[in-house]
Design a protein around this ligand. Structure first.
Ligand code: ADP
Ligand code: MG
Length: 272
């Protein structure tokens, strides 16, 4: 089999399984403790290129910690985290990713983009410069190239007319769309969204979900934590229900109509 991205180091590991799709993110036995409290108790999750994964679960179940671990904003306490064929936690001794080369934080930052609930834009920078800055630091682009690319991304999210505006001159929905444009500008292979609409006034949720739908339609690999069940039902190829730091149930498109566990059913009932 062949792997399309020429830069991917996943290729040697794919050789073992003919016709097998290679996950872009592969989590095995992921554990995370804060002090003596274990908040992730052995998470397994494979995300394949182009797949749209929705993480669901009650508050405190560990959804953010899973996303933050994938981005190494949290250091896993144990378990393996392979992103684009590179190991970022504990090396595996067997299976597809046994002996995968170790990845660096910079490689991870170039591979994985993240959008937060609280936008996290730089308040002292214009919308354009919020996108230019990481293009210069992470992608090492010239100012001119970075400005050109930033403009392309702002146009894509419908905000080119706001390029010179500062975050406090933008609505929450607009700020979040700039944050999405900023993450996309870095050409990530995976986009993580942590409750991207939870901080928004209800009338601004739709524009952000629309932008996320557009991103999904480009074939971007996405892992999304959301309570927007309509969106999740539409976009989620793989739906993962977490509770107490464990995966309780996973399902495909049918998940929202016929989940097996009472816990997931109760949860869906409550957020609907
Ligand atoms: P969710 O996103 O599903 O609401 P989180 O991943 O944010 O859940 O949190 C899971 C658990 O870990 C919660 O009990 C939370 O209080 C705890 N937790 C998260 N971050 C920290 C931290 N930095 N220090 C201590 N406890 C934390
Ligand atoms: Mg959270």
């Amino acid at each position: 089999t062949t792997v399309t991205e020429p830069e991917s180091v996943a290729a040697p590991f794919a050789a073992s399984g003919v016709g097998r799709r290679v996950p872009i993110v592969s989590i095995e036995g992921l554990r995370k403790s804060f002090g003596s409290v274990e908040v992730l108790s052995g998470i397994d999750l494979d995300v394949h290129p182009g797949e749209h994964v929705v993480l669901l679960g009650p508050s405190g179940s560990g959804k953010s910690t899973v996303l933050r671990s994938i981005n190494l904003l949290e250091r896993p306490s144990a378990g393996s985290l392979v992103v684009d064929g590179r190991e970022h936690a504990t090396p595996r001794s067997s299976g597809l990713f046994a002996g995968a080369p170790r990845g660096t934080a910079l490689q991870l930052r170039r591979t994985v983009g993240m959008v937060f609930q609280q936008f996290n834009l730089f308040g002292h920078l214009s919308a354009l410069d919020n996108i230019v800055l990481p293009l210069r630091s992470v992608r090492r682009m010239s100012r001119r190239d970075a400005e050109e690319r930033a403009a392309v991304e702002l146009r894509r999210v419908g905000l080119i007319a706001r390029a010179g505006h500062y975050p406090n001159q933008l609505s929450g929905g607009q700020q979040q769309r700039v944050a999405i444009a900023r993450a996309l500008a870095l050409d990530p292979q995976v986009m993580l969204f942590d409750e991207p609409t939870s901080a928004l006034d209800p009338e601004l949720v739709g524009e952000v979900l629309r932008t996320m739908r557009l991103v999904a339609e480009t074939g971007m690999t996405m892992i999304v934590v959301t309570h927007e069940i309509g969106f999740a039902r539409e976009v989620g190829d793989l739906n993962v229900f977490l509770e107490h730091g464990k995966v309780v149930e996973t399902g495909g498109r049918e998940f929202y109509d016929e989940c097996r566990s009472q816990r997931a059913r109760d949860f869906l009932q409550a957020v609907r």
